[in-house]
Design a protein around this ligand. Structure first.
Ligand code: HEM
Length: 504
């Protein structure tokens, strides 16, 4: 007789057996070194803790799609600050803007938490995950790629790709409900490849599913490893089905970026003096710098390309889709945005430019309000460099601190009816007296998002074209939609909508 084990059961058994042996071995040594820390951490309120597993036992039966809701409930229960233990690693979870300021408003606590180590096989020591001198040098090198003038040039690419997206959407059968999420994903992937790497991917026509699927497998596996101690030791994780899928997806991602870099190198080698004097892409800057900077080898370039491909399209796709979801539920606001876009197009010829962008004020407020309600990066984590005092508790150096951006953005002291979509919260007169850290979708301080201006511009262009061409109705409502987190905050069921072409 055969016993058929589901993937999850198999993974659970393998990781359970090995995990218990592994954790027991290290427990003695770990507790010896963390006693002092433990005394401080355990003064902070938090759920009941078990030996070895910490507070992660509560996640044993929490499904992936319920994890975010589960953590939000904890935030609600402990209001502002609570501690949790992922195995023997203490985490302090913060959800007040005043606490976010203490963590973000300085150049001391700029190290990412050890949880980001699980991103390293993929993103290596790229800008998102690196630290210290290496991070400083890289940030200095890459910041000019996001200079305003260069962003201006990227606008033409945003415009051209948004028009391709519109043609694709027009070709779909009318009045049928479909998932718009993959269409936005391919559009923003094509844009980042062209604007930052100089490569024409054309995934809107060729549907590059292998790369996109590999990203979802990675981000899911990485999150599971961050929160479930039994998946953390490599030799256990590698034996699980999840581990096997993870390694396969890793090779797909590396293959993809290696192909992009060699293709761009080939293009550069064919360039004449005239064409090479044209605008340099982000990848060109890296390739050029590697000729004189010997700390920038091929592997470093690949790490940065992986980082920017991921950060540059996945976060943005989520933001655009959440905005369409919200406007598809608030048709009165959608109509006002449509009018604004139509007025901006009056007497306008050619691709969208900076002047045109300046006219889309309501649309900009809608994007900001979307990022308040559904920040693409809902939790930001740091590893403390020295002891700090928060809410009357001492949090020792080296502790992992998680900032719940999603909860901070709903602080009722600063946002009345925080669950309501109201773009006018971002009118100049309404934001004047707000706490600076009550709105941090791009994080804040020295390690804020390097691509935030780029992101706002791209979102505006894509949304302007979609909303000008179609009236959109979202199928899901605020009540039915399930935000899930696998690093990025996405709607569980994608973005089911029906679209009706507007008469232009
Ligand atoms: C709506 C879109 C976006 C959102 C909400 C967003 C949000 C964020 C946040 C919260 C961080 C800090 C992460 C952390 O500390 O763990 C971050 C960092 C970063 N973002 Fe974005 N991002 C967006 C778009 C982009 C784009 C378009 C790019 C590139 C083209 C980009 C590149 C990066 C990079 C490289 C970092 C690491 C910066 C550093 O540590 O120095 N992001 N982003």
């Amino acid at each position: 007789m055969y016993i058929v084990l589901s993937c999850n059961t198999y993974d659970f058994l393998i990781s359970g057996i090995f995990g218990i042996c592994f954790l027991s071995l290290f427990y003695y040594f770990l507790t010896k070194t963390t006693n002092q820390v433990e005394t401080y951490i355990d003064k902070i309120p938090g759920p009941f803790k078990l030996p070895l597993i910490g507070t992660a036992y509560a996640l044993l039966f929490v499904k992936r799609e319920d994890f975010f809701k589960f953590m939000l409930k904890r935030c609600e229960r402990y209001s502002g600050i609570f501690r949790s233990w992922v195995g023997s690693t203490p985490h302090v979870n913060l959800s007040k803007p005043e606490y976010a300021e203490i963590i973000l408003n300085n150049s001391i606590h700029i190290d990412k938490s050890t949880a980001y180590d699980y991103l390293k096989p993929w993103l290596g020591e790229g800008l998102l995950t690196s630290t210290g001198r290496r991070w400083q040098n890289r940030r200095k090198l890459l910041t000019p790629s996001f200079h305003f003038r260069l962003l201006d040039d990227s606008l033409k690419i945003f415009d051209a790709k948004a028009q391709t997206l519109i043609q694709t959407l027009h070709a779909l059968p009318a009045a049928e409900v479909f998932d718009m999420y993959p269409y936005i994903t391919h559009c923003s992937l094509d844009i980042i490849c062209k604007a930052a790497m100089g490569i024409e991917l054309d995934s809107m026509n060729s549907q590059n599913e292998r790369y996109v699927d590999a990203i979802y497998t990675q981000t899911d596996a990485i999150l599971q490893r961050m929160i479930k101690p039994w998946f953390q030791p490599n030799f256990i994780f590698n034996l699980t089905q999840k581990g096997k899928r993870y390694h396969h997806s890793l090779s797909v991602l590396h293959e993809f970026t290696t192909r992009i870099i060699s293709e761009r190198r080939r293009q550069i080698s064919k360039m004449t003096n005239e064409t090479s004097a044209e605008k340099k892409t982000f990848l060109d800057i890296l390739i050029e710098a590697s000729k004189t900077d010997f700390t920038l080898c091929d592997d470093d370039i690949r790490q940065e390309v992986n980082t920017f491909l991921f950060e540059g399209h996945d976060t943005l796709t989520a933001a655009i889709c959440w905005c369409i979801f919200l406007l598809g539920n608030n048709l009165d606001i959608q109509d006002r945005v449509y009018e604004e876009i139509e007025n901006a197009f009056l007497n306008h010829e050619g691709p969208i430019d900076m002047e045109f962008m300046g006219k889309l004020r309501l649309l900009e407020r809608c994007i900001k309000e979307t990022l308040r309600l559904y920040p693409s990066v809902p939790i930001v984590a740091r590893r403390l460099q020295k002891d700090i005092d928060i809410g009357g508790y001492v949090i020792p150096a080296s502790t992992t601190v998680n900032l719940y951006v999603y909860v901070i953005h709903r602080d009722p002291r600063y946002y009345s009816n925080p669950e309501v979509f109201n773009p006018d919260r971002f009118l100049p007169e309404n934001i004047r007296d707000k706490h600076h850290y009550v709105y941090i979708p791009f994080s804040a301080g020295p390690r804020n998002c390097i691509g935030q201006k780029y992101a706002m511009m791209e979102a505006k262009v894509i949304l302007a074209y979609i909303l000008r061409n179609f009236k959109i109705k979202a199928v899901e409502t605020k009540k039915t939609v399930r935000p899930v987190i696998d690093l990025i905050l996405r709607p569980l069921n994608g973005l089911p909508v029906s679209i009706e072409p507007r008469n232009l």
